[in-house]
Design a protein around this ligand. Structure first.
Ligand code: FES
Length: 357
């Protein structure tokens, strides 16, 4: 292999600092006007106070840092230092509180001290940072081209076209493989994200017992019960979207009509039976089951991120990160007097998705 002539001298790592506007000589007449040289700010009473304050903050950071280490060693959870009978959860809380407090104080004091130092004790100057041209030198590029051509010649890839072409052919399927792997994402969802198994006439049965319900089974205003579509108690996929909460109101508590579009106001039919209203149990934020109902405020709460829905006004959002009301299931009764769905939900249940926005 032929010797590669030595290229231009290259510097690996950080180059030695280029003279800055602060310390560059001012011999060149074309150089930009220099800012005034850095000088220490006058050691006034203000500066002295700032210095003492910074020192105090750094000492506080030191003490808090030592406290963090002491808390870590002394309050270790699950070790023999926990007195007999003490609750392990309490011990963990105690340790977390001590660690969190000491670390917060240390970082806060350190950060505040540094900020005061920079703002009140350092000279107020502008510093220019010189940057090298990102493009390589012509000599560097020529050396690379020469080296590349030599490597290609040594590998015989230019001299043996059959090998070159078959090698490219061999890699073609691998290049296309990622496209085929997209299939593993499964079939396109179609309308499955917009629909549930609820349909007209399907009875609502109590989750856990599969008992169908009549309106008279929910006599007490303020009561809430979780129901599922009849016949789907073993279908986890269906239940992931079809869970519904029934809430009973006293006469006059529900705002009529009860359906909310999430943007403006209540609209549409009054889909309730005997002051019983049915909402999706799937939170419209990230899909947790909404499981808590406050009788006095008529609020439905999601335990995950505290989204709160007003059950008297179409489950519109009154607090939290959810962006849409809980969809309402049109509720009716069949000829036997059991509670049934009048249709599927008219809006997709659960979190927003790409097509819905
Ligand atoms: S999932 Fe309900 S508030 Fe986040």
């Amino acid at each position: 292999m032929s010797e590669i002539p030595e290229g231009p001298h290259r510097v690996i790592g950080t180059p030695s600092p280029t003279p800055t506007a602060v310390d560059a000589p001012s011999s060149s007449s074309s150089a930009p006007a220099e800012p005034p040289a850095a000088t220490d700010p006058p050691d006034t009473g203000h500066a002295k106070r700032a210095e003492r304050l910074v020192a105090a903050l750094f000492i506080l950071a030191f003490v808090a840092g030592c406290g963090f280490l002491a808390a870590y060693v002394g309050l270790e959870v699950g070790q023999s230092d926990i007195p007999p009978g003490a609750d392990a959860v309490v011990a963990a809380l105690r340790s977390n509180l001590a660690l969190g407090t000491s670390l917060s104080v240390a970082l806060l004091a350190l950060g505040t001290g540094s900020m005061i130092w920079v703002r009140h004790l350092t000279p107020n100057i502008e510093i220019e940072e010189q940057r090298h041209d990102l493009k390589s030198e012509p000599a560097d590029r020529a050396a690379f081209q020469k080296e590349f051509a030599e490597g290609a010649a040594i590998s015989q890839v230019t001299k043996r076209p059959m090998l070159r072409r078959t090698m490219l052919l061999a890699t073609a399927p691998l290049a296309l493989a990622p496209l085929f792997l997209l299939r593993d994402f499964g079939p396109l969802p179609g309308r499955s994200m917009r629909t549930t198994v609820w349909r007209k006439g399907l009875r609502a049965v109590v989750y856990g017992t599969n008992r169908p319900l009549r309106p008279s089974d929910m006599e007490t205003p303020g009561s809430m019960i979780t129901v599922i579509p009849e016949g789907y108690s073993d279908d986890a996929d269906a239940l992931a979207k079809a869970g519904v909460i029934l809430i009973k109101f006293a006469p006059g508590e529900l705002h009529v009509p009860t359906v909310h579009d999430g943007k403006t106001q209540l609209y549409g039919m009054n889909w309730t039976v005997d002051n019983i209203v049915a909402y999706s149990k799937i939170c419209t934020h990230l899909g947790c089951p909404v499981a808590l109902y406050e009788q006095t405020t008529h609020h439905i709460l999601c335990p995950c991120h505290q989204s709160t829905f007003d059950a008297t006004e179409g489950a519109k959002v009154v607090f939290g990160p959810a962006a849409r009301p809980l969809p309402q299931l049109p509720l009716g009764t069949n000829s036997d007097g059991y509670l049934v769905a009048l249709s599927d939900f008219t809006q997709p249940v659960g979190p927003s998705f790409w097509e819905r926005g």
